[in-house]
Design a binder for this molecule. Structure first.
Ligand code: MSP
Length: 524
């Protein structure tokens, strides 16, 4: 058992409603969180929204409402979407939360008092999409931001600057000495390249230009630049205070993993470590940069009109639970690579994996137990099992360790593949041993042993699939009289006990095939 696990997502900008890309990250993180909740009693999952900055200020103005109104409306949309996707966080931080704002002011002051922040007259190219100044050499040939393809604003201001360059060598050293600091490791080289020509960064904006920000304590003309505000959420949310932090903070920091998208790796792997070093705090253990989700292999964009809302998928397919969508998203790409969403692929994959392979396996095994044994496990079914059964049970327990190891490396798709392989091996075991033939031949003990072995493995499978599909796993466990909250360390192969397990009436399918006609009809 681990003594704690603390993990975070990026906090989303609230100038619009959540889309499937935001959902992808929250689902991945929720799956990691649920996995670790079975490996420690002390897991903390933080998510939230990033609410200050020029973009929010302008969007609100264009809608004729105050920035706070816009934030309240949209933050609620994020919370509602996460509730529908069963994202079970411990705190939802908003950067407009009072406790956050006060500590960010103290953090800024501490950095200033330490000399890590200084004032400087500056002229540069500011991209509103990135909410940061761009290096002229990074602009496209037409002078546009390469990510947002928009012309940055020319901004000439006296701002506060953070001495990022002071930390350059220490960060390079840290990355080189900790090969698992940046996950996947192929992204570490990108960061090392970016470090080559870093400069000090602007950490404030004039209030005249950006009114919607946190005030600086002793300077009424400047407000704190969004990235210092945003990144600090990871420590303010759990009680960091320069004047004395909470027990919770002492207990949880350093964070085990920041889950973020590849586009904001620079902020997390360069800016954030430098700020933490300046605050004399230990660095995150891992920064996991996931890839991006495209729709039907096309980049999502408002102008193409292909932005998919995560909850619309649940509605279109009339899904009772979000489990199938969670499973599909989490397995859409190998660790750190880009993934894709398509309706067709979604239907095929979840029908094949969750309905045909996993759901059916449980359903037909329980049905046979009822048909041949009136739902009862006889003592001889769980004794003296065949070599083949023992070996499969061993594989099942071995799969727990393999899955844990994948999660240690944030290989969420890869872990799911192992679980489905175990399902496939168990299906093969049923086909090879044909319990229906054994029953016909009146080899009842053998038949019961095959079924009990399968049900035993289904307990392990319900535990393993739980982080991805919490509702399906709970429904599986219910029919097996198994506790799906069993910690991974405590899982054995003696979950199935002798006695009556189930009646015909208590059996139900855990996942119904996604009906393509139904989905198509509801879209019209
Ligand atoms: N507010 C900043 C993050 C601050 S973290 C201290 C931000 N917000 S965002 O709303 O633009 O993005 C939030 C997260 O969603 C980021 O990790 C980003 O990579 C992710 N995604 C946004 N679009 C995405 C896809 N199409 N696919 C996958 N993830 C994407 O950046």
């Amino acid at each position: 058992m681990l003594n704690k696990y603390y993990l975070t997502t990026a906090i989303d900008y609230v100038n619009g409603a959540p889309h499937i890309g935001h959902a992808y990250e929250k689902i991945l993180t929720d799956i990691i969180a649920r996995h670790y909740s079975l490996r420690t009693d002390n897991m903390f999952f933080l998510t939230g929204t990033d609410e200050h900055g020029i973009k929010i200020q302008k969007t609100a103005a264009s809608q004729g409402i105050t920035p706070k109104q816009l934030c309240d409306e949209n933050a609620q949309k994020f919370k509602d979407a996460w509730a529908k996707l069963d994202i079970k966080y411990n705190r939802f931080i908003r950067t407009t939360d009072k406790d956050h704002e006060q500590i960010v002011q103290k953090i800024f002051q501490k950095l200033k008092d330490k000399g890590a922040i200084y004032k400087h007259e500056y002229e540069g190219w500011y991209c509103q999409g990135c909410e940061c100044f761009l290096n002229p050499k990074d602009l496209t040939e037409d002078g546009l931001c390469p990510d947002h393809l928009k012309k940055p604003d020319v901004v000439k201001e006296e701002n506060y600057f953070f001495k990022l360059t002071d930390y350059k060598d220490a960060i390079i050293k840290h990355i080189k000495e900790h090969p698992d600091f940046i996950v996947p490791s192929f992204r570490a080289n990108e960061v090392l390249n970016q470090l080559e020509d870093i400069q000090d960064i602007s950490v404030s904006r004039s209030k005249e230009n950006v009114g919607w920000g946190i005030d600086i304590l002793d300077d009424s003309e400047q407000s704190i630049y969004v990235w210092i505000d945003a990144l600090s959420n990871y420590i303010t949310a759990i009680g960091y205070d320069p004047d004395g932090s909470s027990e919770q903070f002492k207990n949880l920091w350093p964070v085990d993993v920041h889950v973020i998208g590849k586009d904001i790796l620079k902020f997390h792997a360069i800016y954030w470590p430098a700020i933490l070093m300046a605050l004399d705090l230990p660095l995150p253990k891992h920064i996991f940069a996931h890839g991006w989700i495209t729709i039907d292999e096309t980049k999502m964009s408002k102008s193409l009109g292909n932005v998919v809302s995560p909850t619309s998928v649940l509605e279109n397919f009339e899904l009772k639970y979000p489990d199938a969508f969670r499973y599909y998203m989490a397995t859409s790409a190998p660790c750190g690579r880009d993934g894709n969403y398509s309706d067709q692929d979604f239907k095929e994959k979840v029908n094949a994996h969750l309905a045909n392979s996993m759901g059916n396996l449980l359903n037909r095994s329980l049905s046979m137990l009822v048909k041949y044994f009136d739902g009862e496990i006889k003592p001889e079914f769980i004794e003296n099992r065949s070599q083949e059964a023992e070996s499969l049970l061993k594989t099942a327990i071995g799969t727990i360790k393999i899955v844990e190891n994948h999660f240690n490396h944030f290989e969420i798709q890869e872990a799911a593949q192992e679980i489905i392989s175990l399902v496939d091996a168990t299906n093969k075991f049923v086909t090879d041993n044909a319990p229906w033939t054994l029953a016909k031949e009146e080899k009842m003990t053998q038949c019961g042993q095959v079924l009990a072995t399968v049900l035993e493995i289904m307990c392990v499978i319900s535990s393993l699939i739980y982080p991805y599909c919490p509702n399906i796993a709970t429904d599986m466990a219910k029919q097996l009289s198994y506790d799906v909250a069993t910690k991974y360390d405590d899982i054995t192969v003696s979950n199935i006990k002798a006695g009556k397990l189930i009646t015909k009436e208590e059996i139900f399918p855990v996942f119904l095939r996604v009906d393509s006609e139904l989905a198509d009809k509801s879209k019209k």
